[in-house]
Design a protein around this ligand. Structure first.
Ligand code: KE4
Length: 432
């Protein structure tokens, strides 16, 4: 049994001061039972909690730490930037360098604006699409999560699905009326929404590979289908690559699938662990953003020099070490096949979805192609699995509706430890 005394007492205190004791709901372990672990430090592929327990980690801060924890080059860059003062609220060369690198790496981006989170990126992209097209409605997909902006808290995935509240109180009817939803991987449903809301739809926003209902891949022709529907109806196609950007390829899912959106939102990896988001796309659209154009968007710490130094170092490394992606894919495949062998050993035919360094094990034998099928997973069994993995020294996302994120710090030896822990955990679950 894990010793958790210090986490326990910190959580007790935290709950008196912070709603639910956490600064982001999914961290509270509400969906898996038990109480959250308070983390002291991390190095490489390992997390160390305040009680001295260590875990192989497969969340990597929900995506950003693709190079593992404690990357020396990123640390050095942050220290150097820190010495010049953390923030000026004025333009710096660092922001220009990051923008130049993003334009080089992400195929559809011609101009980019830095913000401080994925949520800010998606909120701004939607406002820009509405301003540019002079239309109000958007289409999002059930189970996709685009941050906590009002327009997106409708049939949302990730933490909202985890809490079982896909729609949030506080979102006005007016806002909700302008957000239309369709099932993922269903082009007919999108077509029907477009027909029903003729000339009212500003944008379609999608996770090109969904990570917030667990990992769900676009079916053959789906993304291309969305692209042509948007072209025929003057609708802005937004790829929310906050999770897939720089993770699935240096150019993200749009590079992998060869489908170009009009706007892309980015986050997570882009900041190398620091708070950074961005949105970018075609020049003719981006030039509508203030002060170049009339669509207002601003931020005190946007392009913050410390965050830019971490982000530039991260992106520069990924841009100049493309072999990382095949390295991640090989380790991911090893883990995938190891888990499959383990499922066979416990005579379970659970579904696993994988692409690059994103993997999900669903506690359902149904194919998982959208939110409805993801929700056929037995979340109670998943909760037992989560805690059993923790007991066996592996820290995975505390929700069935999240994805495992691998880092380059996971080598074959560590991958085999994860596979062993998976088998021990599966065997220990009563009622499996
Ligand atoms: P942030 O505001 O959390 O930086 O980004 C929001 C966001 C936007 N788009 C996608 C595709 C995302 O996955 C996210 C955030 N992802 C979740 C994890 N699934 C963040 C974890 C959390 O909420 O604590």
């Amino acid at each position: 049994m894990l010793i958790k005394e210090n986490s326990k007492s910190l959580f007790q205190k935290a709950q008196q001061l912070i709603p639910g004791g956490v600064n982001s709901p999914v961290r509270a372990f509400r969906a898996v039972g038990g109480e959250p672990l308070f983390i002291e430090s991390a190095k490489g592929a390992y997390l160390f909690d305040v009680d001295g327990n260590s875990y192989i980690e497969l969340i990597n801060s929900w995506g950003p730490m693709i190079l593992g924890h404690g990357n020396e080059a990123i640390e050095q860059a942050v220290i150097e930037a820190l010495r010049k003062s953390p923030s000026f609220g004025a333009p710096t060369e660092a922001e220009v360098n990051v923008a130049e690198l993003i334009v080089e790496m992400v195929p559809s981006i011609e101009k980019v604006r830095m913000v401080n989170s994925g949520t800010e990126a998606t909120m701004s992209a939607i406002r820009l699409a509405r301003g540019f097209t002079k239309k109000n409605k958007i289409i999002k997909f059930e189970g996709c999560y685009h941050g906590h902006g009002d327009s997106f808290l409708i049939a949302a995935g990730s933490g909202v699905a985890t809490m079982g509240t896909p729609d949030s109180p506080g979102v006005t009817k007016g806002t909700a009326n302008d957000t239309l939803t369709a099932p993922y991987n269903n082009l007919e449903a999108v077509e029907a929404l477009i027909q029903k809301n003729k000339d009212q739809i500003a944008a379609v926003i999608i996770e090109p590979v969904a990570g917030n209902m667990g990992c769900v891949l676009p079916q053959e022709g789906y993304l291309q289908g969305l692209r042509s529907l948007c072209d025929s109806h003057g609708i802005i196609l937004i790829f929310d690559e906050v999770m897939t950007g720089f993770r699935l390829a240096k150019g993200g899912a749009q590079e992998l699938f060869g489908v170009m959106p009009d706007l892309t939102t980015l986050g997570k990896i882009i900041g190398g662990g620091m708070p950074v988001g961005a949105y970018g796309g075609r020049k003719e659209i981006m030039d509508w953003v203030s002060p170049a154009g009339p669509v207002y968007q601003a931020g005190t710490l946007s392009g913050n020099p410390i965050a830019m130094s971490a982000g530039f170092t991260m992106l520069n490394h990924l841009n100049s070490h493309e072999g990382i992606y095949s390295q991640l894919d090989k380790i991911s495949e090893r883990i995938f096949h190891g888990f499959q062998a383990n499922l066979k050993a416990v005579s379970k035919n659970y579904t696993m979805n994988r692409i690059g360094s994103m993997i999900s094990l669903f506690f359902t034998e149904n194919k998982v192609t959208d939110f409805e099928s993801a929700k056929t997973s037995d979340t109670e069994l998943f909760g037992k699995y989560f805690n059993a993995m923790l007991e066996n020294g592996v820290y995975i996302a505390p929700s069935q509706f999240e994805t495992l994120f691998l880092s380059t710090a996971i080598d074959e030896k560590i991958a085999d430890l994860i596979i062993t822990a998976n088998l021990t955990a599966l065997k220990s679950i009563d009622g499996l």
